[in-house]
Design a protein around this ligand. Structure first.
Ligand code: UDP
Ligand code: MG
Length: 155
């Protein structure tokens, strides 16, 4: 089992898409283990996107991500990081494949509705940033879990 951080960005919240976006992850079989809506502090957003600090879009990205409420979601599942990234689609909504969140709901490269951690290290860092050192996350097993994963699956 792996955990990853998803953010529904301000455009997704403003457009009333929080429910439909979360539904994509839930119906896929990923488990919500953390959920919060906040206007996150600029310092936190700067740290979250620190790897892009030198990119030309950094300032506008920080402005966008602090322009309104964001929903932070912690998801758990087998290969949760890659599964989540696949459900999100390519960065640019105009290029993202139909069926993906960005492909179905967006037309922009900056206002692209969702963030998802891109690897185990960033997932650990980002989960800690948005949820603290595990304190806000919930360990639980859905009753229907045995119908999501086949225990006989080989590797
Ligand atoms: N972004 C942008 N302009 C660009 C590239 C990216 O505004 O030319 C924003 C966009 O919101 C994107 C975020 O910066 O989601 C982080 O960029 P990254 O390349 O990591 O894309 P992601 O991993 O989110 O697909
Ligand atoms: Mg990225």
């Amino acid at each position: 089992m792996e955990r990853t951080l998803v953010l529904v960005k301000p455009d997704g919240v403003q457009r009333g898409l929080v429910g439909r976006i979360l539904q994509r992850f839930e119906t896929k079989g990923l488990r919500v283990v953390g959920l919060k809506l906040r206007r996150f502090p600029e310092e936190l957003i700067r740290e979250h996107y620190a790897m892009h600090a030198e990119r030309p879009f950094y300032a506008s990205l920080v402005r966008f991500m602090t322009s309104g409420p964001v929903v932070a979601v912690a998801l758990e599942g087998e290969n949760a990081i890659a599964v989540t990234r696949n459900l999100m689609g390519a960065t640019n909504g105009q290029e993202a494949a139909p069926g993906t969140i960005r492909g179905d709901f967006g037309m922009s490269v900056s206002f692209n509705l969702v963030h998802g951690s891109d690897g185990p290290e960033s997932a650990a860092k980002e989960l800690k940033l948005f949820f603290g050192a595990d304190g806000d996350l919930v360990d639980w097993t859905p009753t229907l879990e045995s119908w999501v994963y086949d225990q006989d699956d080989q590797g």
